[in-house]
Design a protein around this ligand. Structure first.
Ligand code: FES
Ligand code: CO
Length: 326
């Protein structure tokens, strides 16, 4: 099945688990329809294909002992790099076969999230971290389990004209629903809109109305961000979205919100505000038809306010993203 996955999909970092979900037991997960196992040793986090080469049992049924992943079926032991270091049934004078290996993938832990890639990621960390301001306070939100295609979720995140309807009273007001025209620019592989002004009755959960200035950004097939700026005082927040495409129609959405203000304030209010917004979005993205995002631009009807969605669809097509698209 990986044969169908283009490098643009394979070589991404994907958020899989939050750190607290990975303790002293291996955990199975699915990424682009592939079953993987994640586990933690004293050296850090690791991800393998969830399959023991001996008899095809999922390694996630096993256990961790002394920094080794032990298969539940016949006790073969794998180190953190995937090498089989002991086969209990083999007499000691017999060498461990060279082929006795697990398929190891790239895996890191960053901002309280365990990230994995089943391809060859070009950067040591997800590339959007380089857009995060080190002075900002970063809060993790989610993960949100959604019965929706990853690209539908990303596109909903980039959709400015739903704010006044799906999030009316919070992120928009249907009396002020007209969207000014804007352009989508590209620099260093990032798609970015001009600033778009949106009147927001409650811009960030603190009950304050303002004319927020929005910039949307796309970094990869399943990663996007928005920057919201308060023009009166320059306060900024940067909301990063990274989606784990589990199957074509099932996803896990992770968010990191980096804010330049109220650095000492408790994070709970920001998180619960986002939880509310996601439940509103859920009704849309879980019910869109077709489930998969159509890349043929004739398939749905676009307006000028949808320029970012159009650019995102075109980019998915250029990247050869077939997972979650039609
Ligand atoms: Fe894993 Fe035999 S199937 S050790
Ligand atoms: Co929304």
């Amino acid at each position: 099945m990986t044969a169908d996955l283009s490098p643009a999909m394979l070589d991404q970092w994907y958020p899989v688990l939050i750190s607290s979900e990975l303790r002293d037991e291996p955990v199975s997960a699915m990424l682009l329809g592939q079953q993987i196992v994640l586990f933690r040793t004293s050296k850090g986090v690791h991800a393998f294909k969830d399959l023991c080469i001996h008899r095809g049992v999922p390694l996630s049924l096993g256990r961790i002992e002394g920094d080794e992943l032990v298969c539940a079926y016949h006790g073969w032991r794998y180190d953190g790099c995937g090498a089989c270091v002991r086969i209990p049934s083999l007499p000691p004078e017999r060498a461990i076969p060279d082929k006795a290996k697990a398929i190891a993938y790239s895996c890191i832990e960053e901002h309280g999230i365990v990230w994995a890639s089943i391809g060859r990621p070009e950067t040591e960390k997800p590339n959007f971290f380089s857009h995060m301001n080190a002075d900002h306070k970063v809060v993790r939100m989610g993960p949100y389990e959604l019965e929706a295609a990853g690209p539908r979720i990303v596109e909903n995140f980039l959709d400015v004209s739903h704010l006044m309807f799906v999030h009316e009273g919070l992120l928009g007001d249907s009396r002020y629903s007209e969207i000014q025209d804007y352009r989508v620019n590209e620099a260093e592989g990032v798609l970015r809109t001009d600033e778009i002004v949106v009147f927001q009755p409650d811009a960030d959960g603190r009950g304050k109305s303002m004319n927020s200035h929005y910039v949307y950004e796309v970094y990869g097939p399943f990663t996007a961000a928005l920057v919201k700026r308060n023009p009166d005082n320059g306060e900024l927040f940067h909301l990063f979205l990274a989606v784990l495409p589990i199957t074509e129609t099932k996803s896990r959405a992770f968010m990191l919100k980096a804010r330049s203000y109220d650095l000492e304030a408790p994070d709970e209010a920001f998180v619960s505000f986002q939880d509310t917004l996601i439940e509103q979005d859920r009704v849309m993205v879980e019910n869109q038809n077709p489930d998969l995002l159509p890349l043929d631009l004739q398939a749905e009807l676009h307006l000028v306010c949808d320029r970012m969605s159009i650019a995102y669809r075109q980019r998915l097509k250029a990247w050869g993203v077939t997972f979650g698209t039609a």
